[in-house]
Write a protein that binds this ligand. Structure first.
Ligand code: PLP
Length: 405
């Protein structure tokens, strides 16, 4: 028998796992709230939130309860059937949003894949086969299937895989004139992140989103909001579009929706839904009862005044602490983002240090992510405590001291 202790090492990752990733050297084994423990029992404060996924921290008691309850009822039946958790979750997502109907899948990329296919299908059926171009934005991220990664605006992720899907064009984010220049009768959809997440925590301006909506209305174009990173309370509203006073025709969700359990959703209006016929798209696991039961519990907890207004308070507290740190070190160019999706932009002369800053932060017991190439990203639990924020920032201060001096 292979002993567990010798098997679970970073070296064995290199031996056993295809090298798409380069994980950090410690291996988390336990989490509670915003704290994580590694194999050696060392404790960390988690500002990464599993990349904006563990929206209620680790092992939240009510999510555990929902998981346990559903696990004794029914795990999986496939879409040959419908099921109770699917319908209950869909009811909540539609009653709290612009949408009338929902499609469930398992990951962000799958929700976007469905959205892009549906946008083209709709335009093909409503207008003509030539109305099939999708406009997206440079620096955007929409997932890693070949269609979604090609729609994404970072060619480093889509190059070297052979011919790309066609009919995709890119405009400049927050620059409406570049969009206007690309518009013609062949455009069927515009897809946009309300905050470019992977691209470096860059919020869309209100006027940009409003103008996109107007353009879409004028030219019969479907507006898709990719809220996979910004949705489900992340910015202090259940959906980030609520900050903009604009609704999309299609919206995609994943990450925070499952609180750590894989699930995604595509929300759409009745008009978009009207062209759909049985069998034109599908997935085996979508609407899985276990996933939906957990997501319903996530929404019940997040969609409360207490949690949503808490997000704004925690944003202010974190920015306050970061400003104090920056008074000391003077290395941040800007702190940007909204709610608990925060980007610390490093001054250009320090950007080469970003990996080291993260490494020293791990050593001090605090976990951050990166976004773009010079942004430290924070996407913690929406209910991270004041104590954890203060302690985390203390550790960050110590990490910077070790890294910079
Ligand atoms: C993470 C992310 C995706 C992809 O989600 P996966 O679950 O990794 O497929 C798509 N769009 C945005 C905005 C994201 O942040």
């Amino acid at each position: 028998m292979i002993s567990k202790k010798t098997l679970i090492t970073r070296d064995n990752f290199d031996k056993l796992i295809l090298p798409f990733y380069n994980p950090v050297s410690f291996i988390p084994v336990k989490g509670k709230g915003s704290r994580i423990w590694d194999q050696d029992g060392k404790e960390y404060i988690d500002f990464s939130g599993g990349i904006a996924v563990t929206s209620l921290g680790h092992c939240h008691s009510l999510l555990n309860k929902a998981l346990k309850k559903q696990s004794k009822m029914l795990w999986h039946v496939s879409n040959f059937f419908t099921n109770e958790p699917t319908l209950k979750l869909a009811k909540k997502l539609t009653s709290f949003s612009f949408a009338s109907k929902v499609f469930f899948a398992n990951s962000g990329a799958e929700a976007n894949e469905a959205a892009f296919k549906l946008a083209r299908y709709y335009s093909c059926k409503r207008y003509n086969l030539k109305k099939n171009k999708i406009i997206s934005f440079y620096n955007s991220f929409h997932g890693r299937t070949f269609f979604t990664v090609s729609v994404g605006g970072q060619s480093k992720y889509s190059d070297s895989f052979g011919p790309k899907p066609s009919g995709i064009i890119h405009a400049s984010f927050n620059d409406i004139n570049t969009v206007k220049n690309l518009i013609n009768e062949h455009v069927c959809a515009i897809v946009v992140e309300l905050i470019q997440g992977e691209g470096g925590i860059i919020p869309a301006t209100k006027s940009f989103i409003k103008e996109l909506r107007l353009l879409c209305n004028q030219h019969n174009i479907i507006l898709i909001f990719d809220e996979i990173q910004t949705g489900i309370g992340r910015t202090g509203k259940l959906f980030s579009y609520e900050h903009y006073g604009v609704t999309p025709d299609i919206l995609t969700l994943a990450k925070s929706l499952g609180g750590g359990f894989p699930i995604s959703a595509m929300l759409a209006t009745d008009e978009i839904a009207s062209v759909i016929k049985v069998g034109i798209h599908g997935t085996t696991y979508g609407g899985n009862p276990l996933a939906c039961a957990i997501a319903e519990s996530v929404i019940d907890i997040v969609n409360t005044e207490k949690v949503l207004s808490g997000v704004e308070k925690k944003f202010k507290q974190i920015v306050f602490e970061l400003n104090i740190i920056n008074k000391h070190f003077n290395i941040f160019e800007e702190i940007r983002g909204r709610g608990l999706l925060i980007g610390i932009v490093l001054k250009s002369k320090y950007s080469y240090k970003i990996r080291e800053i993260l490494k020293f932060s791990f050593l001090e017991g605090v976990i951050f992510l990166t976004a773009g190439n010079n942004v430290i990203r924070l996407a913690p639990s929406l209910i991270i405590s004041k104590i954890d924020i203060i302690e985390g920032m203390k550790r960050f201060h110590r990490a910077l001291e070790r890294c910079l001096f």
